[in-house]
Design a protein around this ligand. Structure first.
Ligand SMILES: Nc1nc2c(ncn2[C@@H]2O[C@H](COP(=O)(O)OP(=O)(O)OP(=O)(O)O)[C@@H](O)[C@H]2O)c(=O)[nH]1
Length: 434
């Protein structure tokens, strides 16, 4: 239960984290990189003058904008232009400084427009460096990633998705750039350019540039979803390990409990055996008592014979040696009879110095032989204090009769044995003869 609560709590925390991350990513965590009149990067006006053309460009830096004054002149140079160059990766002397990585941004908002009579398209370009094909000293080796567009007359803001930028094909062709580098690369931007468009007619043009703003998310969608998936995957692995540990612990607990129960069972079974012994056994001799005898006789035993045994003149023995010695003799007698009867036989103390030996799978003659052997063993045994005793035996085989009847017949045979002078074995069958 405790573990379940813990799991639910962890699950809720993970869900909450996932939700918060998605919400933050969607509605917040924006980043931007702004280039405006306050930028510290060097900003220049460039024209075709010097590369074969005669156009003149002049840059005025206002408080809140750049103004490019441009006189496009017809000349032998086929592609006259004027341009604002913001050298974000160069120093003031146009030396290579350090490129800026703009690849993590998704869009660029260009706030620029033509003012005055003449207007045409604008060319937005990012010039990038790749050591595979660029040289730090030759700016014509820097890739042209650009887009030409028509600025709105009213709204001066144009949003350009950065994935819409294309590499100038004339540059790819001129520089013999390998195809694998033919696509836009925005990792190492050195220069941001805003130039007049292609096919511009001679005349005076003025461009006002307020701001170029690169916008994007602090983390990319890929990063966010990868982190969420990683978090859930780690949580799943942790949950698996935890559950495995819990199962192992439960297994060990169960095994310990089973062991305890087994021990308890053993103890109970020992106790129950002791109790059974106490209930079914005679405390003095350890032979079965009447309850024990009854248990034996209710078993479905086959071919049962019964031997009634009575120690001769036990009263005299008691009188002579005392009751204590009499008890000792009874114990020793029981031991002797048990040791000299079959392991399948049952010895019970019927009362006083009287015993019954129940012999299953034993016909009358076999029972007679057992009794005879016992008689001899007893009479020849030297008991405690060198006492010698004898016993008389009445033997009966169970016929189709009640137990009481069988006992009575064995008792009668015993009586006959006593009558014949003791230390005798008499079969029930022969009782009537006497
Ligand atoms: N020491 C001792 N004596 C017992 C016990 N139970 C019965 N007795 C004695 O056993 C004697 C039985 O005497 P009797 O029934 O007269 O029989 P007996 O003296 O053996 O004579 P026969 O059976 O005719 O040979 C009595 O003196 C009883 O007191 C017992 O648990 N311990």
């Amino acid at each position: 239960m405790q573990a379940e609560k813990f799991d639910n709590m962890i699950m809720s925390v993970l869900l909450l984290i996932t939700l918060v991350v998605i919400l933050l990513h969607t509605f917040s965590l924006d980043k931007s990189y702004v280039l405006d009149a306050k930028t510290k990067s060097p900003v220049y006006a460039v024209s075709d003058e010097g590369i074969g053309g005669t156009s003149i460009a002049k840059l005025i830096r206002d408080d809140d904008k750049f103004i490019l004054q441009c006189e496009i002149k017809a000349s032998s140079y086929a592609w006259p232009f004027c341009e604002i160059t913001i050298a974000i990766g160069l120093d003031r002397k146009r030396n290579f400084l350090s490129p800026v990585d703009l690849s993590q941004f998704t869009d660029v908002i260009v706030k620029a427009k033509y003012v005055g009579e003449n207007s045409t398209s604008l060319r937005f370009q990012l010039r990038t460096f790749n050591e595979a094909y660029s040289s730090t000293t030759d700016d014509s080796s820097w890739k042209y990633n650009g887009l030409e567009y028509w600025p709105e007359a009213v709204s001066t803001s144009t949003t350009i998705p950065l994935n819409a930028l294309q590499v100038a094909t004339w540059w790819l062709f001129d520089r013999k750039i390998p195809i694998k580098y033919a696509g836009p690369e925005l990792e190492n931007v050195l220069v941001v350019e805003l130039a007049t468009g292609n096919g511009i007619q001679p005349g005076y043009y003025q461009i006002e540039l307020e701001k170029i703003e690169f916008v994007g998310k602090v983390f990319s969608n890929k990063q966010v979803f990868l982190s969420i998936i990683t978090m859930w995957a780690l949580a799943a692995i942790a949950a698996l390990i935890l559950n495995l540990q819990r199962s192992n612990r439960r297994l060990v607990d169960a095994q310990n409990k089973a062991k305890e129960l087994k021990q308890l069972n053993k103890l109970l079974s020992v106790e129950s055996n002791v109790l059974k012994q106490q209930v079914e056994r005679d405390p003095l001799t350890g032979a079965l008592n009447r309850i024990g005898l009854e248990q034996v006789l209710t078993k479905s035993l086959e071919n049962v014979s019964m031997i009634f045994i009575d120690i001769d003149h036990f009263k005299t023995l008691n009188d002579k040696y005392g009751h204590g010695i009499g008890d000792e003799i009874l114990r020793e007698f029981t031991k002797l009879v048990s040791e000299n009867s079959r392991s399948s036989d049952f010895l019970a103390r019927w009362g006083g110095e009287e015993f019954l030996l129940i012999c299953p799978n034993c016909n009358l003659m076999e029972a007679h032989d057992i009794a005879e052997d016992l008689r001899e063993v007893i009479s020849s045994h030297s008991f405690t204090h060198d006492i010698e005793i004898t016993a008389s035996f009445g033997v009966a085989h169970r016929e189709n009769e009640t137990t009481a009847n069988l006992i009575e017949r064995a008792d009668l045979a015993l009586y006959a044995a006593k009558a014949q002078g003791r230390n005798k074995v008499v079969l029930s069958e022969n009782v009537n003869l006497f």
